[in-house]
Design a protein around this ligand. Structure first.
Ligand SMILES: [Zn+2]
Length: 400
């Protein structure tokens, strides 16, 4: 069994996809037609009564809050690099460290990186950016404070537009639900290169309302200008909001019943990653410049590589006598690590693309709603009609 860890995204790392490949659109259209030939593919159906009053996630549920970051920036404006020296900026820094967003950052650091800074240590690190502690070296952020302020300002002034773009991107693929909890997106300032974006099931006070932390220090690596950074940030936010939305939407869905535990059997864990991370990556990447060279008619080397890594991982997981620690490491690579090596996330992303290209967006959304077993079954059906596509390893196939 493996506990799904919080997903730390490294969306900006490496490899923006290359620019346009000619004629992919036309080829994709051919594929769509070919796949729709009879005999008809059996597409996911709802096998349970649809509850009345279901609706898509809307912009009203996407709550963008830059105040955790701007409070730090304004403290730095008053105290500079060394603080006010009379205790005033330390008092303010303590106030910031006590807020729910920074308490939540502390919980996240403790759980993910095994470093547990105290509230007082966080306050000191905020007030005096030269002083570092585990997980909280603020010097890079201090040096780049003007750039961080520019991103925070841009997010703040475009809040409404961003929220509706994100809700639009996500709800294309996210199942509907009767009620949505607001997804809180807290923009914080933390260490460089530790995390850029993360979705958590709850904040530090255990309120079980989804939270997304965005580390503006790392958002700077998304581009060279505020506009470039904002462009990528929007995709990353859509990715994270999909996770936060899926956790809410899946709760009553029968096809997700075996996938909701905090601890899942190994292959169930991979299946979950393929949908949860796979579709999140698909939402994230399909709108990026150059995505038409990634989502091509003929499978790219990235697509083939992801599925071959998936097959290798499944084989290794089945080998007798492996140490549990090694197996957990293999499992974690399904959804974490360098972008193109995340075999579960990336194979799931391409599976989502193949389902949409062959059967349409609505079928993809129904497959997500019907759960990981059905998602994989639908992909297998698409792949069985196109010899260029990779198959699903036998270990991942469930009896239905
Ligand atoms: Zn993710």
């Amino acid at each position: 069994m493996i506990a799904p860890t919080a997903a730390v995204e490294r969306a900006a790392v490496a490899t923006a996809v290359g620019r346009t490949v000619a004629a992919t659109t036309a080829k994709r259209a051919t594929e769509t037609r070919a796949a729709k030939k009879p005999p008809a593919v059996s597409v996911p159906q709802r096998t349970y009564a649809s509850a009345a009053g279901e609706r898509p996630l809307s912009a009203a549920e996407v709550f963008l809050d830059v105040s955790p970051a701007t409070r730090v920036l304004s403290l730095w404006k008053r105290g500079g690099r060394t603080g006010s020296g009379n205790g005033l900026t330390r008092t303010d820094a303590r106030g910031i460290a006590r807020t729910l967003p920074y308490q939540t950052v502390r919980v996240f650091l403790r759980e993910q990186f095994r470093c547990a800074p105290s509230e007082e240590e966080i306050a000191r690190a905020i007030e005096l950016p030269d002083s570092g502690i585990c997980g909280f070296g603020m010097d890079p952020a201090y040096r780049n404070r003007d750039s961080i302020a520019a991103v925070a300002g841009a997010v703040s002034s475009r809040r409404a537009t961003l929220a509706s773009q994100i809700a639009g991107d996500v709800s294309r693929y996210l199942p509907e639900a009767r009620a949505w909890k607001k997804v809180r997106i807290w923009f914080v300032i933390a260490s460089q290169t530790m995390f850029d974006a993360v979705s958590l099931r709850a904040s530090a006070d255990g309120d079980s309302v989804p939270v997304i932390l965005i580390n503006l220090t790392d958002v700077l690596s998304y581009g060279d200008t505020t506009a470039e950074r904002l462009e990528t940030l929007e995709h990353v936010l859509a990715h994270e909001v999909f996770h936060a939305g899926l956790r809410q939407a899946e709760a009553p869905l029968p096809g997700w019943a075996d996938y909701r535990d905090n601890s899942l059997p190994d292959f169930a864990y991979i299946r979950r990653v393929m949908v949860d991370e796979g579709v999140a990556h698909y939402i994230d990447w399909r709108e990026r410049p150059g995505s038409d060279s990634l989502f091509t008619w003929k499978p790219s080397s990235r697509e083939a590589f992801a599925f071959s890594q998936l097959a290798t991982a499944c084989r290794r997981l089945k080998q007798p006598g492996a140490a549990r620690g090694d197996l957990i490491e293999i499992l974690q690579l399904a959804g974490t690590g360098p972008l193109w090596s995340k075999y579960g996330a990336i194979s799931g992303m391409f599976a989502a693309h193949r389902i949409e290209a062959a059967l349409g967006r609505k079928v993809l959304r129904l497959a997500v709603e019907a759960g990981p077993d059905e998602f994989l079954r639908t992909y297998r059906q698409v792949a069985s009609r196109n010899p260029r596509l990779s198959g699903i390893p036998a270990e991942l196939i469930t009896q239905q």
